[in-house]
Design a protein around this ligand. Structure first.
Ligand code: ADP
Ligand code: MG
Length: 701
């Protein structure tokens, strides 16, 4: 994909500096600090709201709290120093009422302007004062008599502030930029008949409609982002991102990948050695993967599966197809604890089949590291498990055919690509399998993963009972201690999860240490363990192992146990400060219990008072355990940026679009993208260049 602007696009990319009157190097620098570099950046610097100066309100009709524009003559001026300097100007109009304008900061020249009888037009929000309504620091203008009553017919935009540039200058700059907006013929890239079908305006109309709405514009629609002008801009932006992801995918598809089309004997042997049979969903997803791997082009598949749905075994089966073909598979996990658990699982499953599973993490150093690297390079290591250490430059695979990434939302796109590049030789790249336990709403997946195929393991293994969840105020902690005592007396195991606002490892570790000590004092009969991120990995590991073996009753932990940790006998979880965690994280944590046959409980401890958002999150957690429902709710509450993480997709960098709000446009976006890619690839490129540019994150794709 070329990122160089075509000549007719150059108008979009013209630098602001030197183009517009009043923009010297200093102003340009301030604009640049806000990411405003080109004319297009100014066109897309959309107003936050509008001020209606297209009409005058008689003073008598003013309402407290309702912004309005008033025109009147100065009746009296009073300058005082009560606590601080103050200027009060009374103006009156034909409605026979008086309004006070109050200033705390003013210059002598200003005072002189307010000569009795002068005609003043001002705009602001009135509020009750000592003598009727007053407006503090209105924006105002002294009018000549000839201008009395003459009004514009457009609403005034209020722009997001740019440090060091006042609102009036900003309006002027953007006004100048808009004067350079080309006509439809040069600007429009979307097919006219399609826009007409959707009742959406042209790009030019949309931009002008946003910056300079007519006095009768639908302000309510503009405020909620549902105005056709906004929808039009969002549509083009979403389209650009969709096209860009699909272009990447098309580019990837041109690469070759190893054809892994063996008989599947190893996978079958693994399956028959497992102590359980696969769920229908696992079988279906494995079959999809198998079909992909048999193709000569690289697989790019995302497997979404709720916590506990059994993704690991599906990954292991996929790895068997690579090993059977005499090639290597790699599995990367975001934390050491999780990677170690994968290692334990894979060794237990694969070593009986005579398969060599190697381990590489940051803490593997010195001689051991050299040996592992050599095994990976020679191909002796058939399956390699590790952390992001796998993605480092020194790691060279003999013949990597399949790169598996677990819990992908923790990795950035770059890391994902880095592992894929490990297997690149000539035109061939490895297949990629990405697994996530954070289900993403379907609409969002369509936008975020237009470059991936998506499968869902939407069924839990049999025999799991849903986790009963309650929310308790922190004051009821003593009751909880009794509850833990009772549960552990019955042979159950429990987690106590410590979280804090300040996520620094040190502070959280300290809090966990404190909780560990106080719980140990209160529950002397229990065997209590502690894990946190500040511990040596070996200590953490051995504590986890002891917990897994049932030799610890209560594990006090930080969120290091969040992802993937599997202890089926643990059936009680307490999460402290649950109000501070997002839904996705709460869901992940809760997924640590309810993995065995016993009925499980989760107690979300919170510190009142709860914010509206926190209240809704806790309610959602009580009401459902369905990861997809939780993801939808999360999207609604937080918006897609936080849900996906900026690092992952850059989706949060949308200028206009808001996936939660504009999800309804996605089917059209997709259809339109299909059409453009098939019929007008050059236009597709121009739309990408316009909105996405040659953003660095795609450079290596
Ligand atoms: P996740 O999808 O959260 O990564 P895991 O792969 O860790 O889930 O699996 C959770 C647990 O369920 C593991 O102990 C695993 O061995 C077990 N498991 C996986 N598939 C099945 C199945 N079909 N039947 C019973 N247990 C299963
Ligand atoms: Mg997992």
């Amino acid at each position: 994909m070329s990122s160089a602007p075509r000549s007719e696009e150059s108008v979009f990319n013209q630098p602001i500096a030197g183009q517009l009157a009043g923009v010297g190097p200093r102003v340009a620098e301030k604009l640049a600090a806000r990411g405003l570099l080109t004319l297009q950046d100014l066109w897309l610097h959309l107003p936050l709201r509008y001020e209606d100066r297209t009409r005058l309100t008689p003073i008598r009709d003013l309402r407290p709290g309702v912004p309005a524009q008033v025109e009147g003559r100065v009746e009296a001026v009073e300058r005082g120093f009560r606590y601080r300097p103050v200027l009060r100007v009374a103006i009156g109009d034909a409605s026979q009422a008086t309004l006070v304008l109050r200033f705390f900061h003013f210059r002598a020249a200003q005072v002189a302007q307010f000569a009795p009888g002068a005609l003043i037009r001002c705009y602001g929000t009135p509020k009750p004062g000592q003598n009727g309504l007053e407006i503090v620091h209105p924006s105002y203008r002294v009018l000549g008599d000839a201008d009395a009553g003459s009004l514009g017919d457009e609403l005034d935009p209020v722009y997001p502030t740019v440090e060091g540039i006042g609102p009036a200058s900003m309006r002027k700059l953007i006004g100048q930029a808009l004067d350079r907006l080309p006509g439809d013929a040069a600007l429009e890239l979307l097919p006219t008949e399609m826009l007409r079908g959707l009742h959406l305006p042209s790009l030019r109309q949309a931009l002008l409609g946003m910056h300079r709405p007519a006095r009768d514009a639908d302000l309510a629609a503009l405020a909620t982002g549902t105005h056709p002008a906004q929808r039009r801009l969002a549509l083009e932006e979403l389209l650009a991102h969709n096209l860009s992801l699909r272009r990447q995918r098309i580019a990837l598809q041109r690469h070759r990948a190893p054809v892994l089309a063996g008989k599947g004997k190893l996978a079958a042997r693994l399956q028959s050695a497992l102590p359980f049979s696969l769920t229908g969903a696992q079988q279906r997803v494995f079959a999809q993967i198998r079909t992909d791997l048999a193709q000569p082009s690289p697989m790019m598949r995302l497997v979404q599966g709720d916590v506990g749905s059994g993704k690991t075994v599906v990954a292991a089966l996929a790895a068997m197809l690579a090993v059977e073909a005499g090639k290597q598979a790699a599995l990367a996990a975001p934390t050491e604890l999780l990677a170690e658990q994968h290692l334990a699982n894979l060794r237990q499953w694969l070593e009986p089949l005579g398969i060599r599973v190697a381990w590489l993490a940051g803490k593997v150093t010195g001689k051991a590291r050299g040996e592992v690297l050599a095994e990976i390079a020679s191909g002796a290591a058939q399956v390699v498990v590790g952390t992001h250490a796998l993605m480092q430059e020194a790691v060279v695979f003999h013949d990597l055919a399949l790169a598996i990434i677990d819990e992908q939302h923790r990795f950035g796109v770059h890391q994902r690509l880095a592992l894929r590049d490990k297997g690149a030789s000539g035109q061939s790249v490895p297949h990629q399998l990405i697994m996530t336990a954070t289900p993403i709403p379907r609409t969002l997946a369509m936008a975020a993963y237009a470059d991936l195929d998506v499968s869902a393991i939407d069924e839990l293994p049999p025999g799991r009972t849903p986790v009963q969840t309650i929310a308790l105020s922190g004051e009821r902690r003593p009751e909880l201690v009794e509850r833990i005592r009772a549960a552990c007396a019955e042979g159950r195991q429990a987690y106590w999860v410590c979280t804090l606002i300040d996520d620094s490892d040190d502070v959280v570790a300290q809090a966990a240490q404190g909780t560990f000590e106080s719980l140990s004092a209160q529950l002397p009969e229990l065997r209590i363990g502690l894990v946190h991120g500040r511990m040596a990995s070996a200590v953490k590991q051995s504590t986890m192992r002891t917990f897994k073996a049932g030799e610890i009753d209560l594990l006090v932990a930080t969120t290091v146990i969040e992802v993937g940790v599997d202890v089926p006998n643990a059936s009680l979880m307490i999460v402290e400060n649950a109000e501070r965690l997002g839904l996705a994280q709460l869901h992940q944590l809760r997924g640590r219990v309810g993995r065995g046959a016993a009925a499980s409980n989760c107690v979300l401890l919170y510190q009142p008072p709860l914010s509206q958002m926190a209240r809704q999150r806790l309610a959602t957690m009580r009401e459902t355990s369905d990861g997809f429902v939780i993801a939808e709710k999360d999207l609604e509450l937080r918006g897609p940026g936080e849900l996906l993480g900026t690092r992952q997709t850059g989706l949060a960098a949308f200028r206009v679009a808001d996936l939660a709000r504009d999800a309804g446009l996605l089917p059209q976006v997709r259809e339109l993208a299909d059409r453009l890619l098939a019929d007008s690839p050059d236009i597709a490129d121009r739309i990408i260049a316009r909105w996405v540019g040659g953003a660095a994150r795609y450079a290596s794709a």
